[in-house]
Design a protein around this ligand. Structure first.
Ligand code: CO
Length: 134
């Protein structure tokens, strides 16, 4: 079985990153690593590194994305848990073979080269799970 290395990040869905930073950075005291737009995911994200993991703030871009609709319906809050894996393609194959419902059958490659895929909450006990390979 291909290795799961660590929790890469815990993601929180927010209406506005700048506003959310008033708590996560200014009040709690986490450092802001970097902010990036991920158009393929319809989101802007801010990463706040902590130990060997990170908190990710996710803000929907535009009003038509799935994320924007999710935010409108359920409000902000815990959104997903991301695990770093050794080999994302192999892990997706293993999960498929185990009958796990995947949102992305194949990983997508982001601009910095990292590969990600999501697993459906129906198969995880209700938590949206992201896999990443750096
Ligand atoms: Co994420």
């Amino acid at each position: 079985m291909t290795e799961v290395k660590k929790i890469a990040h815990v993601a929180i869905l927010v209406e506005d990153i700048d506003d959310a930073l008033k708590f996560w950075r200014d009040a709690l005291g986490l450092e802001l690593g970097h902010v990036e737009e991920v158009p393929s995911q319809g989101a802007a994200v801010a990463f706040l590194p902590l130990g060997d993991t990170e908190v990710e703030l996710v803000q929907p871009l535009g009003e038509d994305s799935g994320l924007a609709k999710y935010l409108a319906q359920r409000g902000g809050g815990m959104h997903h848990l991301c695990f770093e894996v050794e080999d994302i393609s192999a892990k997706l194959e293993e999960l498929k073979a185990a009958g796990v419902r995947l949102i992305n059958e194949e990983a997508s490659t982001l601009e910095d080269g990292r590969q990600i895929a999501f697993i459906h909450p129906k198969s995880t006990g209700g938590v949206l799970v992201e896999l990443v390979q750096y």
